[in-house]
Write a protein that binds this ligand. Structure first.
Ligand SMILES: C[S@@+](CC[C@H](N)C(=O)[O-])C[C@H]1O[C@@H](n2cnc3c(N)ncnc32)[C@H](O)[C@@H]1O
Length: 243
């Protein structure tokens, strides 16, 4: 929640905009906060620093505390193409976070599915019914894929040797598949996801979209990619064989 608050207040951008490590009073003024909130902002800064997103610069007791972003902290910058803050905000959105307040009650009940969110709906049922949350969610996943894809196509290049076709199962809006397709232009990359996620997306180059339910059918391909599926999808045990 501290990191969420820091992102929403624009803390990473305020630290980054300063030439060199920034002091508490400078942060309060550049973030446009009431001066009376300075002691509370200091606590927030300490928490964010303890989580590894900020470095605290203070040599002696008499020195003024100053802060700079760590490499992890730079991932929270809104305009960083590898922004990880969007995913953090979505995971902490009340839609996904609220059920965790009832975990102990859920454990005590005989019945109950672990993937139920707001209004008793299953996660994907809910996402499909709430276009605003769906956009937030898909955008966050796409940004995460941008970051991971960069690593996968560079560091994991050899894993794609001899692969002519690939299907990204539950591949969201296709950022991961697009990055792989761009790195390997000879490969056909198919993205399978639910219809509401793929609506409005069009095939392009060597990327194809297939709307459907992975529990019913998966397009045939040399390789199947599964990235960040929720446990229910991973453990339900009825993923069909690729045709
Ligand atoms: C956590 S997201 C991961 C998206 C993508 N793999 C990524 O890492 O960016 C899970 C995805 O699974 C999709 N999904 C859920 N149930 C599905 C189903 N039965 N068939 C196909 N896709 C499904 C969701 O729409 C969502 O895009």
């Amino acid at each position: 929640m501290s990191i969420k608050c820091a992102i929403q207040l624009g803390l990473p951008e305020a630290v980054q905009a300063h030439s060199g490590p920034i002091s508490l009073p400078d942060l309060v003024s550049s973030m446009g906060l009431p001066p009376a909130k300075a002691p509370y902002l200091r606590r927030l800064l300490r928490l964010v620093a303890n989580s590894g997103f900020l470095s605290l610069h203070k040599q002696n007791d008499d020195d003024v505390e100053r802060y700079s972003l760590t490499p992890a902290g730079r991932l929270l910058l809104r305009h960083n193409p590898f922004n990880a803050g969007a995913l953090l905000l979505v995971v902490l959105d009340p839609v996904l976070a609220e059920p965790f307040h009832h975990m102990s009650a859920w454990f005590r009940r005989e019945e109950g599915d672990g993937d139920v969110v707001g209004g008793g709906k299953m996660v994907w049922e809910y996402v499909a019914s709430d276009p605003e949350f769906s956009n937030l969610f898909n955008d966050a996943m796409a940004r995460d894929s941008g970051l991971i894809a960069e690593l996968v196509v560079k560091e994991g290049k050899s894993a794609f040797d001899g692969v002519v076709s690939l299907v990204d199962v539950a591949g969201g809006t296709g950022n991961m598949a697009k990055a792989i397709a761009e790195a390997f232009p000879e490969m056909t990359c198919t993205v399978l996801d639910l219809p509401h996620v793929l609506s409005g997306l069009e095939d392009g180059g060597n990327v194809k979209y297939v709307a459907g339910d992975m529990f019913e059918s998966i397009p045939a391909a040399d390789a199947v990619l599964l990235k960040v599926l929720l446990p229910k999808e991973g453990v339900s045990g009825h993923v069909p064989k690729s045709r």
